[in-house]
Design a binder for this molecule. Structure first.
Ligand code: NAD
Length: 427
């Protein structure tokens, strides 16, 4: 790898383990595809990063100051696009690494967006609805100069949802003096959300899983699936794969998991979770821990919770044939290498979970046009875009011998590199 000496950065604040993982991926594919060294250097760091202090009056009357972030990695292809997460482990490096992944993902899917990400370091599960609303509104006010329908369009991520997006949209609109639905995606339908958006990420994961099964030529007709995380993405994926005849043998959430080698009754489990807010104590399976869940024997493992779940210390115990990365960066680079040597197919995050940003794009377009599509139209267009991306990646992987992750990165980065070359460098 050639890194320009003259622009060597000494101590960059975002260089956490998470960020360095994303950067290492870029370095690997840049070397493989012979990416121009100066362009490579430009892509190794975010374009801009904002850190904000967010004072919030808590229900006990005291003011607590939280830390929030918004990072734009690259905006050559269009406005920045990326989710906002609320979690105690949020930091600048994590947000910057995820923003980089968003750049590759939008480019890979052929969307007119750059990559962004945001977050607030907090424990959302220990906060009341009122506290979350005040936190969200003040954060929006602090980052208001960065966002806008032509600049940067946030969306939900971990522990944020439709309601969070409604508060952001309202705060932004009140500040500019008129209603701007297209400043966020993942909004409730009644204020300009798109039909099919809430299910889109899970729908995309389920689609990629079926494609992977076809390419891996699995012998079984009803593959056994294990899913870590049973929130928006994990639960919809489980529902759709169950409807396709797959056998979901185990699922988990932050409190632990449940296992039934004969297959879980997913409709009954969904009803249980909607009432109890957790999978634990579901009567149709035995309790297991999250660590045990990851190493269960199965055909397909779908991590749909956090990053960095499959690492060098647990990868040797993993017994599946296919991993579909529904979460962002759930497999770390050393584990990825190991899985490749063991011939485990890994469907990378920038493809597997791209259904969400794709339907976010549809929501943004519908908002700008003031014209809304039916759910069938949304799902059909999603399948078209996911289908094209899957086909390109599987074809390139077959032709070049690149693993799926590298093939996906190569396609995404090539498109972006072409755009940057054509636009040139200002001044
Ligand atoms: P969510 O908040 O709805 O659900 C997260 C789930 O993970 C919950 O069931 C939670 O209990 C579980 N979880 C949290 N910590 C865990 C742990 N330590 N072990 C096991 N389970 C744990 O979030 P989501 O929207 O479903 O997102 C899940 C993942 O998918 C995230 O990595 C997110 O970045 C990624 N993603 C989401 C979208 C989207 O549209 N929602 C799009 C792209 C990527």
């Amino acid at each position: 790898m050639v890194i320009m000496k003259s622009v060597k950065k000494e101590a960059v604040e975002c260089e956490t383990e998470h960020f360095l993982m994303a950067q290492k991926q870029l370095d690997e594919i840049a070397l493989e595809m012979g990416l121009d060294a100066e362009l490579h250097e430009r892509l190794r760091y975010p374009k801009r990063s904002l850190i904000v202090s967010i004072p919030v009056r808590l229900d006990n009357g005291k003011v607590h100051t939280f830390t929030g972030y918004r990072v734009h990695h690259d905006v050559s292809l269009g406005p920045a696009k990326g989710g906002i997460r609320y979690h105690p482990e949020v930091n600048l490096g994590e947000v910057a690494g995820l923003a980089m992944l968003m750049t590759w993902k939008c480019s890979l899917m052929g969307l007119p967006f750059g990559g962004a990400k945001g977050g607030i370091r907090c424990e959302p599960w220990n906060m009341s609805n009122g506290e979350l609303e005040r936190l969200t509104r003040r954060y929006t006010a602090e980052i208001i100069n960065l966002i806008g329908p032509d600049k940067d369009i946030p969306a939900p991520d971990m522990y944020t949802n439709e309601q969070t997006m409604a508060w952001i949209m309202d705060t932004y609109s009140v500040n500019v003096g008129y209603t701007v639905p297209s400043v966020v995606t993942g909004k409730p339908i009644s204020i300009g959300g798109s039909l099919g958006r809430q299910e889109a990420t899970g729908r995309g994961v389920a689609y990629c899983t079926r494609q992977a099964v076809a390419h891996a030529e699995l012998k079984t007709k009803n593959p056994a699936v294990v899913i870590q995380g049973f929130g928006n993405v994990g639960s919809i994926t489980a529902k759709l794969l169950h409807e396709s005849g797959y056998k979901i043998v185990a699922v988990s959430d932050v409190y632990g998991g449940i296992y039934n080698p004969e297959g879980l009754d997913i409709p009954r489990l969904l009803a249980h979770v909607s009432e109890m807010r957790k999978v634990a104590q579901f009567s149709g399976g035995q309790a297991i821990s999250n660590d045990e869940l990851l190493v269960l024997p199965c055909d397909i493992l779908i991590p749909a919770a956090l990053g960095n779940q499959i690492r060098i210390d647990n990868v040797a115990n993993i017994k599946c044939k296919i991993i579909v990365e529904a979460a962002n960066a759930p497999v770390n680079p050393e584990a990825d290498q190991y899985l490749q040597e063991k011939n485990v197919m890994v469907v990378p995050d920038i493809l597997a979970n791209a259904g969400g940003v794709t339907v976010s794009y549809f929501e943004w377009v519908q908002g700008l046009m003031h014209l809304f599509w039916t759910e069938e139209e949304v799902n059909q267009r999603l399948e078209q875009i996911m289908g094209r991306a899957c086909q390109q990646i599987f074809d390139l992987s077959k032709k070049s011998g690149l693993r799926l992750r590298m093939a996906a990165l190569r396609i995404g980065i090539s498109r972006l590199a072409e755009a940057k070359r054509l636009r040139g460098l200002y001044p």
